[in-house]
Design a protein around this ligand. Structure first.
Ligand code: AMP
Length: 216
């Protein structure tokens, strides 16, 4: 099974595409953002440490995320099913650390998929995103609204906006992406691993485009 890194700005659809591919082909989906949010929800030490960075739209320190990723990757499940890393690495030092980790656990990175989406659409996607407090289903106030405002169609739970999806924090997250994450494009391009995929389509059309580019 191939191992992937999904790269791209916040709102590019990395999480949605990871979930769809993992469901179809059985990969282990490792989202550092999801893991950090779960820690915040459970109010663990790690969650408390991460909260101020996440709420400000900044990156959590490398050592913290690297430890999460090493733990998540070093499993028999990953070795048999393959992985999709969603939201990691986000800096060149993280990418170098990932290379070392993969060597240590005897795994290989096969492809880095870069989802390309224009800035205006990213802002619209992120600021309109709403999530069910109970089941985690994701909606969008314009693109995929729930039948009843702020109520989940699937389980009746209440919908909320991620604290870092507010317009000011979104602007900061995009700035951080351009400054700290974009250099990874050249890093992986020079290794022949990068695959650019247009990410502006809606969910199902976008997944079809992804599969086509990956020859899946
Ligand atoms: P995401 O759900 O991928 O948009 O991540 C949400 C937030 O979690 C980011 O804005 C960061 O604060 C933090 N985070 C997630 N992944 C990383 C990472 N690889 N390095 C540092 N911080 C991260």
């Amino acid at each position: 099974m191939a191992n992937y890194v999904f790269l791209g700005p916040p709102g590019a659809g990395k999480g949605t595409m990871s979930e769809m591919l993992a469901e179809r082909d059985g990969h282990v989906h490792v989202s550092t953002g999801d893991i950090l949010r779960a820690e915040m929800k459970a109010d663990t030490d790690l969650g408390q440490q991460a909260r101020s960075y996440i709420d400000a739209g900044h990156l959590v320190p490398d050592e913290v995320v690297a430890a999460i990723v090493t733990k998540a990757l070093d499993t028999d499940e990953v070795r048999t099913r393959g992985f999709i890393l969603d939201g990691y690495p986000r800096t060149v030092p993280q990418a170098k650390r990932l290379d070392a980790t993969l060597d240590a656990v005897k795994l290989q990175l096969d492809r880095v998929v870069l989802f390309e989406v224009g800035q205006e659409l990213l802002i619209k996607r992120l600021t309109g995103r709403r999530i069910c407090r109970e089941c985690g289903a994701v909606y969008h106030v314009c693109f995929t609204p729930p039948k009843q405002a702020d109520v989940c169609d699937k389980c009746g739970g209440s919908l909320y906006q991620r604290s870092d999806d507010s317009p000011e924090t979104v602007r900061e997250r995009l700035r951080v992406y351009h400054e700290q994450t974009e250099p990874l494009i050249a890093y992986y391009e020079s290794r022949g691993l990068l695959l650019r995929v247009p990410g502006h389509q809606r969910k199902h059309a976008g997944f079809a485009v992804l599969c086509e580019h990956l020859h899946l």
